[in-house]
Each structure stands twice: as structure tokens, then as C-alpha cells.
Write a protein that binds this ligand. Structure first.
Ligand SMILES: [Zn+2]
Length: 345
């Protein structure tokens, strides 16, 4: 992480900014990508995932689609960008720890906010097959620790069963999820057209004959961009405060529930009228309204007031899998796109 932090600092210090021809650093276009990749553990690769392998017009390797292809094309064009007579600067925003829930980029975003940096637009180069993606859901991940009291399982009255109380909360989360599924709000442009919630990991208990003292689980929700994620989380926390904790404390005064957020990233809902949206649409000749299920750093840039869209080479279907690949044609298309976009500036 020290290298990544240095990279963030250097970007904030303007060292990854290509100034305009008259030396301006303010405004301009951000090319955003994450430098981390997901692990290859347990995956059956035909070639070394960390050496690019070329075959049949494709490049194979971990991260070629998600999204080192975009970063490599962008960086390879730097000498050309430097020679262009540009009215506006071009910035590279390269983040770390995106794959664990957009954990790195917020440092950069906060630094930019604190410095009051103004930017005209941002393209996040996640693999979209060089099509324009204008929206994605928000990601909100939480860890929950339910503290009860251990006892011999024959003496249920003397304990406070952390697993059973955790189960009540998990059922509540499921109930909220069902209500979103039944009542919306809906956005038909998504595969799953409503806000989703789910519990995806759980641990607890030490023996079949012992009332468990501790149960830990993680849950997440993916909200439609127009929806208030804090209000949804408050709905869960209100249930914990008003129903769950009183019920637990009736059994054991010191019982309690801790909830902490492990990662959160806002959704994206791009402005169609923004210059960057119109420009990227024109250059890719793509007018379709595409909204995707996966989260990206685009919502973070938008939260800073920077108009942002997603457009990058390769396909998300190939990401995170064994034998991840990108068609060289996609990289060439990305190269033409970035060259034209920066020239238009
Ligand atoms: Zn990615």
C-alpha cells in the first residue's frame, strides 16, 4: 500500500497531470482506472496469468480486461497527448484497492475535495466493450457482530443465543429486500431492476451443546442511484435499536450488536446533457441507455461534482475469471477513441 499511497499523493500533487499547452492545470479530463486485480487462487489458467500471452488476436492475462488494458492504452498515448496543442489538461487518476469495494479511491476524492480541484469530466475505463455506460447501483457492505452469552445448551434460560438473534436480523434484512422486490422503486434498464439486499457470510458457535456467545455475519445492499443508501441503512439500524437489542438485553443485560461499514461507494447516474456524456456518445456513436449491475469508482467522481461516464475496452464477462482476455481490436478502438477525445479538448 505505501506505493499506492505515493501514487495517490503524486496524482494530487499534479504529477500525473498533463498540463494544457499554456500550462493550465485546472479543469480538463480525467482518465480513471484501478491498478489492482482480483486473485487467481483456485483458478485453472492455461498460461501464466501474470505474463501477457498473445494468441488468436487476443491478449490473455489477469487484468487485461479489468482494466489494465484501458490504463495501458491511456499511458501509451501520453507522448502524443503532450505534443497536442490542448486547451485543457488531461489527468490520470489511478487508484488501488478497487476490487475490495472501492476502498482506495475515496482518499483521492477527499484530497481533491479538500483542495477544491475543478475537473470538467471523467471517463472510467471499466470494460464496457467501448460502449457508453451511464449508470450503476451503489455498493454498501457491512459487518455485523452479535454479542450474546454462552451457557450449557441444556440451560437455555441462562444464556443469550447470538446465532438466533442474528437470525432475526438476517430475516429482517431479507424482509426489506422482499419489499423492494415487490414494491420498487424500479428502474427497468437494470438486469435486476430494484435495490437488492443480501446476507452472504456467517460464522458463529463453538459446539453443538453450547449456547453461542458470538455470531458474525456480513450483509450488503446495492441501491438504485436515486435511492438514499443512508436511509436504508438507518431502517436496519432502527430495527436493531428498537427491537433486537431490547429483546437480547431482556435475556442478558450486556448483550449487544455492533455494525460497521466495510466499504461503500455511491451509484452513478450520468447527466445526459453534460459535455463529457455528449462527447463520449458522439465519439463511440452510441446513444443507448446502458445501466450495469457492477459498481465502479464513477459514482465517487460524480459525488465530487465531476460529470462521469464509463467507457472502456474489453468485456465484464471475461473479468475475474480464468483465462481473462481482451481482443486486440478492442484496445485499438480504445486508442482511436482516446486520441479523438483528447484532440477534441
Ligand atoms: Zn474493474
Amino acid at each position: 500500500m505505501p506505493n499506492a499511497t505515493a501514487a495517490v499523493r503524486s496524482w494530487c500533487a499534479g504529477r500525473a497531470t498533463l498540463p494544457s499547452h499554456d500550462g493550465k492545470l485546472e479543469g480538463g479530463l480525467v482518465l480513471s482506472g484501478h491498478t489492482d486485480v482480483v486473485p487467481v487462487d483456485g483458478q485453472d489458467w492455461d498460461t501464466d496469468p501474470f505474463k501477457v500471452h498473445e494468441a488468436n488476436g487476443r491478449l490473455f492475462g489477469r487484468g487485461v480486461a479489468d482494466m489494465k488494458g484501458f490504463i495501458a492504452v491511456g499511458l501509451s498515448l501520453v507522448p502524443e497527448f503532450m505534443r497536442m496543442k490542448r486547451k485543457r489538461p488531461v489527468h490520470f487518476a489511478l487508484s488501488f484497492d478497487e476490487e475490495i469495494g472501492c476502498a482506495g479511491a475515496p482518499y483521492m476524492i477527499e484530497e481533491l475535495r479538500a483542495r477544491g480541484v475543478k475537473l470538467d469530466g471523467c471517463v472510467v475505463g471499466e470494460p464496457s466493450g467501448m460502449k457508453v455506460v451511464v449508470a450503476h447501483k451503489g455498493i454498501n457492505m457491512f459487518r455485523c457482530r452479535v454479542h450474546g452469552k454462552a451457557a450449557h445448551s441444556s440451560l437455555t434460560d441462562r444464556g443469550c443465543n447470538a446465532i438466533e438473534h442474528a437470525a432475526s436480523l438476517i430475516c429482517k434484512i431479507r424482509e426489506i429486500a422482499e419489499s423492494h422486490k415487490r414494491q420498487g422503486p424500479y428502474d427497468k434498464a437494470y438486469d435486476v431492476p430494484y435495490t437488492t439486499l443480501s446476507t452472504n457470510q456467517i460464522q458463529g458457535g463453538i459446539a453443538v451443546n453450547t449456547i453461542p456467545e458470538l455470531c458474525e455475519f456480513t450483509y450488503e445492499f446495492r441501491n438504485l442511484p436515486g435511492m438514499n443508501a443512508d436511509a436504508l441503512q438507518e431502517q436496519i439500524e432502527a430495527y436493531i435499536r428498537q427491537d433486537l437489542v431490547p429483546a437480547m438485553q431482556a435475556e442478558h443485560a450486556a448483550a449487544g450488536v455492533e455494525v460497521s461499514s466495510s466499504s461503500r461507494a455511491p451509484g452513478l447516474s450520468a447527466e445526459e446533457a453534460a459535455e463529457i456524456t455528449r462527447l463520449v456518445r458522439a465519439l463511440t456513436d452510441d446513444q443507448e441507455t446502458r445501466k450495469v449491475a457492477y459498481g465502479t469508482e464513477a459514482g465517487l467522481f460524480q459525488s465530487l461534482g465531476v460529470p462521469t461516464v464509463i467507457c472502456g475496452p474489453g468485456h465484464i464477462e471475461q473479468a475475474h475469471k480464468a483465462n481473462e482476455f481482451i481482443d486486440i481490436e478492442q484496445l485499438e478502438e480504445c486508442e482511436r477513441f482516446l486520441r479523438k477525445m483528447v484532440a477534441t479538448l
